[in-house]
Design a protein around this ligand. Structure first.
Ligand code: SF4
Ligand code: SF4
Length: 373
């Protein structure tokens, strides 16, 4: 097949990074089998795993739940070469062969160099990763080659200029980050269009952040869209012409039923719904947050080793997307080991003396301690 776009008539892919977890803290394989059955029975065919998902278990689970139970010609399977693990050129072949064996296949339909940014690209380019995957293609072990990407549009431009042989790319796109300068989702998408590369979208719901927006946003979505916030977020990315696939990391059969119902006979959003996504972004951005730029000037002088910018970033995210909930587990991860909690601030003021944004750090840490501790 000449073009990867021709593989897919429906734009929903099953992302295998957040599979349901059972009471024993392991992947609930019975439910994954049910999800696989439902997904295929509704006419969807694309499964996306990776070497590192579920601490390496994702590839084994999909062997048991999909590959061992269905004819190989009935589905398309993608996995990824973990650039962040590769330390030398020989690692690539060792890991690829391990992946074939873990998944129980003799080829992958799509194979991606995983999570490229400027730094990882330089490293993987030095290891000739694209040449390596091109050889796998020639040998029939990979049908289509791509990469997933987490950086700015100018880095993407460089990679696509230097490697026009890639068949597709995987980008983080959602309606909230579409125009955001720190993500450049629209610019990255337009770079892909310019180079004629079809796009697979990952994190269309912004890691779940857009699934349960603030009450005002929720109400507006119900009134003007008549479906759920997740459906609006999925629909936004699926409506982009050059998007060939939207991944959803579904964690339950219920989520899968909702998504497959939406995407089975998908109708792209009209102008009214696109305008609605802009209104939702405005509502989210109207929430007052701490204007921390994460410069970290405050960190070195703190006698309690409080990771001030990390707390502010978490708090800002929860104010915008938490809908009244605070991510206490995320808070504990920031405050672990030798790092202090917000409530351990002794009020010395050293941080405020150096903060270029003149943030009242002590007062804000008090509020954070109340919300998370
Ligand atoms: S005021 Fe609190 S957060 Fe700031 S440097 Fe002192 S102990 Fe650290
Ligand atoms: S110095 Fe101010 S702006 Fe910089 S990380 Fe600390 S709180 Fe944020």
């Amino acid at each position: 097949m000449a073009n990867v776009r021709d593989l897919f008539s429906k734009k929903l892919g099953f992302g295998l990074m957040r599979m349901p977890i059972g009471a024993d803290n392991k992947v609930d394989e019975k439910q994954v089998c049910d999800m696989v059955d439902h997904f295929l029975s509704e006419g969807f065919v694309y499964f996306d795993t990776a070497y590192v998902y579920h601490s390496g278990e994702s590839e084994r689970v999909i062997k048991r739940c999909l590959v061992d139970r269905y004819d190989r010609s009935k589905f398309y399977l993608a996995t990824k070469l973990p650039s962040f693990i590769i330390e030398k050129e020989e690692d690539m072949d060792r890991i690829f062969n391990e992946q074939l064996s873990k998944c129980g296949v003799d080829y992958f339909d799509l194979y991606l160099v995983h999570a490229l940014n400027a730094k990882e690209y330089e490293k993987m380019n030095g290891f000739k990763a694209f040449e390596y995957v091109s050889e796998l293609k020639k040998a029939g072990k990979v049908k289509f080659m791509g990469f997933s990407f987490h950086d700015k549009a100018e880095v993407l431009e460089k990679i696509l200029t230097e490697h026009p042989e890639v068949d597709f790319i995987q980008l983080q796109i959602n309606y909230y980050d579409w125009e955001k300068p720190d993500v450049e989702a629209r610019l990255c998408y337009e770079t892909a269009v310019k180079h004629g590369k079809p796009v697979i979208v990952m994190e269309p719901i912004k890691g779940g952040s857009l699934a349960n927006p603030l009450e005002e946003a929720n109400k507006l979505i119900k009134e003007e869209f008549g479906n759920t916030p997740s459906a609006l977020a999925l629909s936004f990315v699926a409506s982009l012409d050059n998007v060939m696939m939207v991944l959803s990391g579904m964690s339950s059969i219920e989520q899968m039923k909702e998504n497959t119902a939406l995407m089975k006979d998908f109708k792209p959003l009209g102008e009214k719904e696109i305008a609605l996504t802009k209104k939702i972004v405005e509502i989210i951005d109207s929430v007052p947050t701490i204007p921390c730029t994460s410069c970290k000037y405050c960190i070195d002088g703190c006698p309690m080793k409080i990771r001030i910018n990390a707390f502010f970033s978490l708090y800002n995210k929860d104010l915008k997307f938490g809908n009244g909930k605070f991510d206490k587990a995320g808070y504990e991860r920031i405050a672990k080991d030798e790092f202090g909690k917000a409530g351990q601030c002794v009020g010395c003021g050293a941080c405020e003396n150096v903060c270029p944004q003149h943030i009242t750090i002590r007062d804000n840490l008090k509020k954070i301690a109340e919300c998370y501790e």
